[in-house]
Ligand binder design. Structure first.
Ligand code: ZN
Length: 275
């Protein structure tokens, strides 16, 4: 594996990442991500090719618009870098070209969902359903049903993994009338079940809850520090009632489980999947 090839793969990934940024901004806004040049959101200046080089342009302009000097969002270089890393990771897996393409589309969709959920506190139906249907179609296509397979329970196990992971989210949503979480997390879990299968998918959901709980505890602890120092509570205290988007934790867990193979149900870790 030479570094030049990995570098080229990374750069290609960052270019796709800057397209994903456009998708995130224009999704549900009525404008196509494929038409029109990108503009500064503050002064409307059309960006030149010099200002459209992924990551580099942001660093070169120190994160400001060349025209009006308004501060640009860190979302741009972060999404571009993550996209580059996803491309490198998928490349290192050395799957067939068609499976690599499938994985890139899956992970790019998940990356768009994470950022969209963090910005708008909602997981768009279209993206969650696209992820679920793509995972299911890939499973059915890449694992053709044969007579022997139909007699083997594990085949159905992955087919029902989607609905199986969807159900607890739906139940929480139904019982709380949507106050604890949105149904978007459930739709995402549906796709996670079909993408990872039953035990890995279940592991990802469990891991997401743990990461989410750890995050909430850390944030609550940090917010107590000013109250200890000054005697005043912070302006926006986070409590257990606060809504934290859960989608990013689910997706972070999917990435961890996919690339490490950590499986809480059979106790195995296959961290060398990509090596
Ligand atoms: Zn500007």
């Amino acid at each position: 594996m030479d570094f030049l090839t990995l570098g080229i793969v990374f750069i290609f990934g960052t270019i796709i990442g800057s397209f994903l940024n456009v998708v995130i901004y224009r999704y549900n806004s009525g404008t196509s991500p494929l038409t029109g040049r990108s503009q500064c959101f503050s002064c409307g200046k059309t960006l030149t090719w010099r200002e459209l080089i992924p990551v580099f342009s942001f660093l070169a302009s120190r994160g400001r618009c060349a025209e009006c000097h308004v501060r640009l969002s860190w979302q741009y270089p972060i999404v571009e870098t993550l996209s580059g890393l996803i491309f490198v990771a998928v490349f290192l897996l050395q799957k067939t070209p068609i499976e690599s393409l499938y994985l890139l589309v899956i992970f790019s969709t998940l990356l768009v969902i994470v950022v969209y959920d963090m910005r708008h506190q909602i997981i768009p139906d279209g993206l969650a359903i696209f992820f679920a249907l793509l995972s299911l179609s890939w499973f059915i296509w890449s694992t053709p049903a044969s007579f022997e397979r139909l007699l083997h329970f594990p085949y159905y196990w992955t087919l029902i993994a989607g609905p199986m992971l969807f159900f607890p989210f739906w139940a929480l949503w139904f019982v709380s009338k949507g106050r604890w979480l949105g149904l978007g997390d459930g739709k995402l879990a549906l796709g996670i079940g079909w993408f990872l299968g039953a035990t890995l998918g279940g592991s990802a959901v469990m891991l997401a809850f743990w990461i989410g709980a750890a995050y909430a505890l850390i944030i609550m602890a940090i917010q107590r520090i000013p109250s200890i120092v000054t005697g005043h509570m912070s302006k926006v205290p986070l409590s257990m009632q606060s809504e934290i988007p859960f989608g990013p934790f689910l997706i972070l867990a999917v990435f961890i489980v996919y690339f490490t193979g950590v499986n809480f149900f059979d106790g195995s870790v296959n961290i060398f999947t990509i090596l």
